[in-house]
Design a protein around this ligand. Structure first.
Ligand code: AMP
Length: 287
């Protein structure tokens, strides 16, 4: 696996690969790899000749009081894992190369960012879309792979690609979970053993909502109440949001009709975790 640090070198390498007729897939990440990241790389391999993984803890998507400085990092371990799953090229740029002096351009998706995580993290998605647009321009991938664990991010990036006619196909990958159900996340490493146990309430509350829908409960207010009660009955939890929304616009819905996204963000101790699942009244009624 080749490791490239400089933007200019990466651009040249991608250009050469494209000219030689290779299909390129990009997996953008912030590193500290777990099985969720590795699954994205495996999916990328199925779709392309060459898999590029970017590892960049992007400062512009963190708020001033967020965990940029403590965000977990393990570059050596990441490169080892990526090589093991067959990644061809790792792009590991420095912050000053991605954001040189006088940098002043932002890519901003207007509406889908104004809900869920966008409310408690106001500059977050502008940071995400700007860095993803930059990565697309540097790496020029034919496809890019994102996890459904960050469902709103997947929606926002898809919107950006459509709105700006970027020639990249976005592929979404289902959330990879620990055996006990906790969605894998680099931030899980912040949880102490008691918090780790308590964090299971996120997945359990999604399952509760699924069961309620399967029994014919479609009212958002009732489903949200049940989910919140389950989360708050676990220790160390503080709810940021529990929302039922349209999985394209991200706007809240009153009832589960067709496909509906149940999304939640919960602080467990000091660690903010997110999770989600799709609910569908139609599908479940047929069961
Ligand atoms: P991150 O390094 O947290 O920015 O994540 C990089 C990519 O991995 C994003 O597209 C995430 O949605 C995806 N990802 C993170 N955790 C998971 C998971 N548990 N399952 C599937 N994809 C994930």
């Amino acid at each position: 696996m080749e490791v490239i640090g400089l933007v200019e070198k990466m651009q040249q390498a991608s250009e050469n690969l494209r000219l030689s007729g290779k299909a390129l897939a990009l997996v953008p990440t912030m590193g500290f790899f777990h099985e969720g990241h590795l699954e994205l790389m495996r999916v990328a391999k199925k779709h392309a000749d060459i898999v590029v993984v970017s590892i960049f803890v992007n400062p512009t998507q963190f708020g001033p009081k967020e965990d940029l400085n403590t965000y977990p990092r393990d570059l050596e371990g990441d490169l080892f894992k990526a090589e093991n799953v067959g990644v061809d090229l790792a792009f590991v740029p420095a912050v000053h190369d991605m954001y040189p002096d006088r940098f002043q351009t932002t890519v901003s998706v207007q509406k889908a960012t104004k809900h869920l995580c966008g409310l408690s993290r106001p500059a977050h998605f502008d940071g995400v879309t700007t860095v993803v647009a930059k990565l697309f321009n540097i790496i020029k991938p034919h496809i890019a792979v994102f996890g459904q664990k960050d469902f709103q991010q997947l929606v926002v990036v898809t919107r950006m690609v459509q709105d700006l006619n970027m020639d990249v196909r976005i592929v979404g990958v289902p959330t990879v979970r620990e055996p006990d159900g906790l969605a894998m996340s680099s931030r899980n490493s912040f949880l102490n053993p008691l918090e780790r146990e308590s964090a299971l309430c996120l997945k359990k509350s999604l399952d509760l909502a699924r069961n309620l829908v399967a029994r014919g409960e479609f009212q958002a207010s009732i489903l949200i109440k049940g989910v919140k009660e389950m989360i708050l009955s676990s220790p160390f939890t503080e709810i940021d949001y529990v929302n039922l929304c349209d999985p394209v616009s991200m706007e809240n819905v009153q009832k589960v009709e067709g496909e509906t996204l149940l999304a939640l963000a919960v602080r467990v101790g000091k660690t903010r975790l997110i999770d989600n699942c799709l609910l569908s009244a139609k599908l479940l009624r047929r069961i």
